[in-house]
Design a protein around this ligand. Structure first.
Ligand code: SF4
Length: 259
């Protein structure tokens, strides 16, 4: 049986959602503290400022609460709830750094939280049930997949790869040939954005580490991105590997491919 998860090791979605909710409560507590500290204003102007400030904070809290509710409901019902999607993006954008900070406070590994976020994102993307042509899909992979001793300049043009089979770039080109998707090899966010501009995909399958995937997913929003974690048997950013089956599963979520 094929695993439904695209990220290894397995990360629990409830970790990220729990931290989001915890962040919301922490900010709400701060708002209450602010109200308490400013509850004895002396002038009318101070009173007006206080009401405006508290009103703005409460409005943001309501938006974020609906956003978190939208995430939970979407995962629970396995169905996209379109009106709540902008609020879900706002909730993630605002509270992601707070959740990471809260995790540090409780000594939770940052990569574990990011894996949980990627898992939540993948689940939300799957509920969209997009059916695209392979040509509307972009497979983005990091440059660190290339064997460190390979002399060929493949970041400027992936076709410079001689297909020797010495690293996973050969497998990426095999996927491109078999499934007909676009493939881009990026050294960082700038080149990744260039590929998105060039190919104008309707969806992206991105291979990267926890840090790059979580920032890339947020940067690309609302473009749907399915994240697949790379494997790092030799440590970070060096001769990294991919699971071809996981990449293919991600591509097949989006695109109808024949073989
Ligand atoms: S498959 Fe061979 S030629 Fe291609 S990038 Fe890897 S090592 Fe270089």
């Amino acid at each position: 049986m094929i695993s439904n998860s695209l990220t290894e090791p397995q990360a629990k979605k409830r970790l990220f959602i729990g931290l989001l909710a915890g962040s919301l409560l922490a900010v709400l507590g701060l708002a209450g503290l602010l109200y308490y500290l400013m509850s004895h204003p002396t002038t009318i102007l101070q009173q007006v400022l206080l009401v405006v400030l508290i009103g703005a904070i409460l409005l943001i809290m309501v938006v974020v609460a609906f956003g978190i509710g939208g995430i939970v409901l979407t995962i629970w019902l396995a169905k996209t709830i379109k009106p709540l999607q902008p609020l879900m993006r706002v909730a993630i954008g605002l509270l992601f750094p707070v959740a990471i900070g809260l995790g540090k406070l409780f000594n939770i590994d940052t990569d574990k939280i990011k894996r949980s976020f990627i898992e939540v994102n993948n689940q939300l993307v799957r509920t969209k049930e997009l059916k695209l042509k392979p040509s509307q899909l972009l497979l983005l992979a990091p440059h660190c997949l290339q064997k460190s001793s390979c002399p060929h300049k493949i970041t400027t043009n992936i076709n410079n790869c001689k297909r020797c089979g010495g690293c996973p770039v050969d497998q990426l080109l095999d996927i491109r040939e078999r499934l007909g998707v676009n493939v881009g090899l990026a050294t960082g966010g700038t080149l990744a954005r260039k590929y998105v501009k060039e190919y104008r995909p309707k969806a992206v399958v991105a291979i990267a580490c926890e840090r790059d995937l979580s920032s890339g997913i947020q940067d690309s929003s609302p473009l749907p991105v399915l994240g697949v974690l790379n494997e790092r048997p030799f440590g970070p950013c060096f001769n990294t590997q991919i699971s071809v089956s996981q990449v293919e599963i991600a591509i097949r979520y989006f695109a109808e491919v024949e073989n």
